[in-house]
Design a protein around this ligand. Structure first.
Ligand SMILES: Nc1nc2c(ncn2[C@@H]2O[C@H](COP(=O)(O)OP(=O)(O)OP(=O)(O)O)[C@@H](O)[C@H]2O)c(=O)[nH]1
Ligand SMILES: [Mg+2]
Length: 359
């Protein structure tokens, strides 16, 4: 083991195991900044053959990173907001100055204005008892970054980017480096980004000329996200990357909507002709059928072996948000639902994210 680290993912550099984190052949190790073989392959071929870093190792790195940091930029995924704020991760940030970057705003349809979105995020944080300053951002198109950079003033000179896996921590950091935060152009190796959760392996730092140091950290692995219970290929379909897709169904008692092999939502009662709107990544296929078909749809591809049933009531203008999958929004009618989810999957009821809001 050397005392050098991969600038892309933070892994400790080694030259003995080519199929492990941090591999760089010895004859290539004399540069100031190094990029490991795994990061090279992710960047050039989009392949992450080694998979994700272990949850326990990630946690240790985040802990060490927060001890070092003067302030924290907590990155959350607007499309999976509740799953982005797990209590054990928030516990690690206690006593730190925190700014929340609510990322992936580009995936929210333009019919919901940024102002409405910001109100929604602030209301959710109030509801969750989290008094944190917020900036809505998109690392994909640069939205909100000047505002985010201004908020950093209160975080001090050592800023750590923290969040659950795949929310876009490395992408947000990359944008900031590209906009020359802290003065001066930074050439050289940027944080490694990939659509697979668990890309960043350890804390990796970037020193800016003005004394500011930005540090990436591995993603905290939350419990209860469906995207973590399926194969990496299926996770890619479930997690919205380029587009959020929506599916609108008139749903009455006895109807059910399904995502084959991932969830079933049976309507036990509705008060009239209501609608259910499902929001997920565009790779997910929804179907409407009758409650009688539930078994068949759940056991569609046999990946999920154990199911759990939940009785849920939602009012018009509320979402049933399912961690690591998406959400279902009720319109025009209240619904009593029987929801079948993979055992251990988390869900919550919240005011609707998209569309007209109740005042
Ligand atoms: N549409 C969209 N995708 C984004 C945005 N930010 C990040 N992504 C995508 O989200 C995926 C994860 O991004 P990363 O920056 O690697 O996420 P991370 O939080 O560093 O992930 P880990 O290191 O695995 O914890 C990649 O496919 C990014 O391209 C955004 O603002 N909009
Ligand atoms: Mg990362």
């Amino acid at each position: 083991m050397s005392d050098k680290y991969c600038q892309g993912c933070g892994a400790r550099i080694q030259s003995t195991k080519s199929e492990d984190f941090g591999f760089v052949p010895e004859h290539l190790q004399d540069k100031d900044e190094l990029l490991c073989q795994r990061c090279f392959r992710i960047n050039h071929y989009g392949r992450n053959e080694l998979g994700a870093i272990a949850a326990r190792d990630a946690l240790e790195s985040i802990q060490a990173g927060t001890d070092w940091a003067s302030g924290v930029c907590l990155v959350a995924d607007l499309l999976d907001f509740e799953a982005s704020l797990p209590a054990p991760l928030l516990g690690l940030l206690r006593g730190k100055e925190v700014v929340l970057a609510a990322n992936k705003v580009d995936l929210i349809p333009p019919t919901t204005s940024p102002k409405e979105l910001e109100r929604w995020v602030k209301d959710r944080l109030d509801y969750l008892g989290l008094p944190i300053t917020v900036a809505l951002v998109s690392a994909a198109n640069g939205y909100g970054f000047p505002n985010l950079a201004e908020l950093f003033v209160k975080l001090g000179q050592r800023i750590l980017f923290v969040g659950v896996t795949n929310v876009g921590k490395s992408s947000v950091l990359q944008r900031l480096l590209q906009m020359r935060i802290g003065g001066g152009q930074r050439k050289g190796i940027e944080p490694t980004i990939s659509p697979y959760p668990g890309t960043t392996v350890s804390v990796s730092r970037w020193s800016c000329p003005g004394g500011l140091i930005l540090a990436d950290s591995p993603g905290f692995v939350p419990q209860g996200r469906i995207s973590d219970m399926v194969t990496p290929e299926q996770a890619l379909e479930v997690i919205p990357h380029k587009k959020l897709s929506s599916h609108l169904y008139p749903v009455q008692t006895g109807d059910a909507v399904f995502i084959r092999g991932l969830c079933a939502i049976e309507c036990l009662a509705s008060n009239g002709h209501g609608l259910l709107l499902g929001f997920t990544g565009s790779g997910v296929k929804w179907q409407k059928s009758s409650s009688k078909q539930t078994e068949k749809w759940l056991n569609g591809d046999g990946q999920i072996k154990e199911w759990q049933e939940h009785l849920v009531q939602i009012q018009p203008g509320e979402d049933l948000s399912i961690s690591g999958l998406g959400w279902v929004s009720a319109r025009k009618s209240a619904y009593k639902l029987r929801v079948h989810l993979p055992a251990g999957a988390d869900f919550s009821i919240r005011p609707n994210l998209i569309g007209q809001k109740k005042n």
